[in-house]
Design a protein around this ligand. Structure first.
Ligand code: UFG
Length: 348
């Protein structure tokens, strides 16, 4: 049945739907009139997120708790359910861990994609939105980054994204009726406006905003700023922070676009187009919390680049989508989530 705002209504399988970006996307898919099924192995997500999602959407969610690498379970899911499209978020995403455990990263991220795509092909499901990353622009790209830049990576996690993009392009050559979207995210932050859904990393956070959140809530002593001697206005690196709600909206728009495009593979940057420094992000968060936060400047982190921000022009033009939330919005929403859930999601 057509929906005025978002085109054709679909039954969408969301892999990794219990995760940070997946959970926010589930909410917006349902708000846009789509039907959603989640598949998640809960390796990096707590089952309690599901109840919170159900409170927000005011309904029941169909959740399949298994690992996509389980080919039998994946086949059964596609055999028993009508699925019109897949959004594939599931995957490991910690850069440092991927360097220590490369085989586990390749095995998990590529293996789950092979099983998923093979099941889609067997069951005639030909629309796929893939959760890629700006990390595919590698270490030497100029800014702003554009979709036609060459791809490369600096760590196994990044290579899994480069490789899966390549694999999906090859699938599209073999099966030209497929419609595939490669979504290259910049730095997703923020949380749902309710404060009940947000980012809940396991262990000590690697990323800037979750780390600042835990300093603000007293779980960590102080922020360590990894270098202030970069060639940037205040010496700290520039990143394109994008509100997870804007990112989620980009997926809904991409799904709609896949129903009308003639291109087998579409690549879209999801970013704001603006680079924000570490100091600017810290100060925005301090405004949200209403007090100064402790920090110290330490040495550079291996692998960090000075500047990474998107040219979001293609997504703006082709998806009719623009990121609208400001850095202050991102910090206010992240702080609402963290202050209401100082220890993240409860275990039960
Ligand atoms: N930073 C600190 N202290 C911290 C954490 C981060 O100073 O405790 C700094 C980093 O040095 C960097 C900036 O904050 O300058 C942002 O770092 P993040 O780790 O939050 O984000 P990255 O840009 O390094 O990494 C993100 C994603 C990766 C992805 C990469 C490139 O987390 O998955 O963007 O797209 F690969």
């Amino acid at each position: 049945m057509p929906d005025a705002a978002y085109g054709v209504r679909m039954r969408v399988l969301v892999s990794g739907g219990a995760g940070f970006i997946g959970s926010h996307t589930v909410i917006q898919l349902i708000a846009a009139g789509h039907d959603v099924l989640i598949v998640d192995n809960f390796a990096n997500a707590k089952p309690t997120v599901i109840g919170r999602l159900e409170s927000i959407i005011g309904g029941h969610l169909q959740v399949h708790a298994f690992d996509l690498r389980d080919a039998d379970q994946t086949e059964r899911l596609f055999a028993h359910e009508r699925i019109d499209a897949v959004i594939h978020f599931a995957g490991h995403k910690a850069v440092g861990q991927s360097i220590k455990q490369p085989l586990a990263y390749y095995e998990n991220n590529l293996g789950s994609t092979f099983v998923l795509v093979a099941a889609m092909a067997r069951h005639g499901v030909s629309k796929l939105v893939f959760s890629s990353s700006a990390t595919v622009y590698g270490a030497n790209a100029t800014v702003p980054m554009k979709e036609d830049f060459p791809t490369s990576a600096t760590n196994p996690y990044g290579w899994t994204k480069v490789m899966i993009e390549q694999i999906l392009c090859d699938v599209a050559v073999a099966q030209p009726s497929w419609r595939i979207a490669l979504m290259r995210y910049f730095n997703p932050v923020g949380a749902h406006a309710s404060g009940t859904i947000g980012e809940d990393p396991s262990g000590v956070p690697n990323n800037l905003l979750p780390y600042i959140c835990q300093v603000a809530v007293g779980r960590l002593e102080k922020l360590r700023i990894f270098g202030d001697d970069y060639d940037t206005p205040d010496g700290t690196p520039l990143r394109d922070y994008i509100h997870v709600e804007d990112l989620a909206a980009g997926h809904v728009a991409a799904l709609a676009r896949l129903t009308s495009t003639d291109r087998a593979v579409s690549t879209w940057n999801l970013g704001t187009g603006t680079g924000t420094s570490v100091f600017n992000m810290l100060h925005a968060f301090e405004r949200a919390v209403g007090r100064e936060l402790p920090y110290e400047v330490v040495g550079r982190r291996t692998g960090d680049i000075a500047a990474s921000y998107a040219d979001p022009g293609r997504a703006n033009a082709e998806l009719g989508w623009t990121a609208t939330r400001t850095i202050d919005d991102m910090c206010v929403d992240a702080w609402r989530w963290q202050s209401q859930n100082p220890n993240g999601y409860p275990d039960a």
